[in-house]
Design a protein around this ligand. Structure first.
Ligand SMILES: Cc1cc2nc3c(=O)[nH]c(=O)nc-3n(C[C@H](O)[C@H](O)[C@H](O)COP(=O)(O)OP(=O)(O)OC[C@H]3O[C@@H](n4cnc5c(N)ncnc54)[C@H](O)[C@@H]3O)c2cc1C
Length: 472
């Protein structure tokens, strides 16, 4: 432990980035304190965001028998009546497991945890206020701000967390609605909309933008839209939300031009802001932007005050648990070794909608914008033998390659297993591989992963003059 300070590192926030940073610093032999406002560690990722939404998704897919519907029809059900209680039961078990593992990990690495809200007194001292109002002060040689975000809750939306929810509150839902309005067609909105739709709940998605998920390859989004419309999801896109009102106990979304959408419940997913408002940042010489976010050096994660670091959602894009963890690890490594570790250039993005989407590298639109000559290869998951066995009806795997050297520029997948399958493409892209890898590789049979070979051959057929095509 540094003599001048109580701890070598104080981490504010125990989400994915704070946790990884704490463990990394401890592994480097440093004394670490994690300050966590909530009574259990894990952050938004464990208690409101990633894990709860993915657990709900898995529960819904299992209880409804969604994956079997390709064989047994749209009305097939494993459990005829699914209640909010069924969803909550699995959620609380999963969260207990997760928290247990995190607490154990902290204990094993002698990371201390103190519960309470942290606020800066100066650039090395933090005051911790416990739930009962008791305060204490700790000092750290280095500080990491890993406080994450809070949902944006506009004053004119009548949230009551019973009928009108934000994305943190929806996980504590007491009963299932017959119809749901989802405001916001971003990742969170689409994930929840499709999970509820899989429960045969009538879902209407509202967004002022015409094009949803703008950072995803358009061909994949077109496939998603087609799929969701086929499953009965209603879209009100390109329509600005004027207001949300309660009428006879039901939420009504009033759209520009007077169109009204009525439902039993409403989920508002209007973005998230950095949870920096109570940190008293001015005491340590920092200032957040209008959305509560902090600016950092992208290599080292240092703020403008060099011994104060920030990682995770509080620094903005890409705001994923996966990338947050790596940021935390890199920040702690830099803080105590002064070394800069470089993460591989391309990271995957997973959208756990039903069907799921995952993507790595450049989209076709980005390739075109960059002016790179390219070609695409596409495989349909239903055309693989594993797809036949599983009764898969939809889904594509798209590979984009550079014509100049056949390097893989991007891989985009929608359909069963997308978030797992993507890692094959990620490895090949980050290692600078070409489509020849997929053409020559032997895949387990039958697997969905074979779709890589099919897509690579599709691209190969497109770029190879006919007389040169020998049966590969
Ligand atoms: C609905 C939803 C679904 C998501 N799905 C995915 C997904 O599938 N995959 C994925 O990779 N990412 C997903 N994310 C994003 C992921 O949850 C975040 O990227 C991740 O949680 C950010 O981690 P973080 O380290 O910034 O901290 P967070 O997880 O945001 O945690 C911050 C912690 O800091 C604490 N804190 C805040 N202020 C203080 C203070 N002053 N004093 C003490 N403690 C404080 C909070 O209580 C909280 O525990 C999802 C997010 C949401 C909302």
């Amino acid at each position: 432990m540094s003599k001048a300070y109580d701890f070598d590192l104080i981490v504010i926030g125990s989400g994915p980035s704070g946790r990884r940073a704490a463990v990394q610093a401890a592994k480097l032999g440093r004394s670490v304190l994690v300050i966590e406002e909530q009574h259990r560690v894990g952050g938004v990722s464990v208690h409101e965001g990633t894990i709860p939404s993915k657990t709900l998704r898995e529960t819904v897919l299992n209880l409804t028998g969604w994956r079997e519907r390709g064989f047994y029809g749209q009305s097939y059900r494993v459990k005829s009546e699914i209640t909010a209680n069924d969803l909550r039961m699995r959620l609380s078990k999963t969260l207990d497991f997760e928290v247990d593992i995190l607490e154990h990990q902290f204990a094993r690495n002698t990371v201390r945890v103190q519960h309470g809200r942290g606020r800066f007194l100066d650039s090395h001292r933090i005051e911790i206020e416990a739930k009962d109002g008791a305060t204490s002060v700790v000092s750290g040689e280095k500080i990491l701000i890993a406080v994450g975000t809070k949902p944006h809750r506009p004053n004119d939306v009548p949230f009551d967390d019973k009928i009108i929810f934000d994305s943190d509150a929806i996980v504590h839902l007491d009963e299932l609605p017959r119809s749901l309005i989802v405001v916001g067609a971003g990742v969170i909105g689409i994930e929840y909309a499709t999970i509820f739709n899989a429960l045969d709940i009538r879902v209407t998605i509202i967004d002022a933008r015409e094009d949803i998920l703008g950072f995803i390859d358009r061909e994949v989004v077109a496939e998603l839209m087609h799929w969701l419309r086929d499953l009965g999801v209603h879209f009100r896109l390109g329509m600005k939300l004027e207001s949300i009102q309660m009428e006879a106990g039901q939420p009504v979304a009033i759209l520009e031009g007077g169109r009204r959408v009525r439902g039993d419940m409403l989920l508002y997913t209007g973005g998230r802001s950095g949870a920096t408002d109570t940190l008293n940042l001015s005491a340590c010489g920092l200032e957040a932007d209008a959305r509560g976010r902090l600016k950092v050096d992208p290599q080292t994660f240092q703020t403008d005050v060099p011994h104060i670091y920030a990682t995770g959602d509080v620094i903005g894009f890409p705001s994923l648990a996966s990338t947050s963890m790596e940021q935390g690890r890199l920040a702690a490594y830099h803080a105590f070794t002064h070394g800069v570790m470089h993460a591989p250039q391309h990271f995957p993005y997973g959208i756990y909608s039903v069907p799921e989407i995952s993507t790595v590298g450049m989209s076709e639109e980005e390739v075109r914008k960059a002016g790179l000559p390219y070609e695409c290869g596409i495989a349909r998951l239903r055309e693989t033998s594993r797809g036949h066995i599983m009764g898969i009806r939809g889904g594509i795997l798209k590979i984009i390659i550079a014509l100049e050297d056949r390097r893989i520029l991007g891989v985009h997948i929608i359909g069963e297993g997308a978030t797992e399958l993507i890692h094959i493409g990620q490895a090949v892209i980050n290692l600078g591989g070409t489509i020849d890898y997929f053409i020559d590789a032997t895949f387990n049979y039958p697997t969905l992963a074979e779709a890589y070979k099919t897509a690579a051959l599709d691209a190969w057929n497109r770029i190879t003059p006919r007389q040169e095509i020998a049966v590969p």
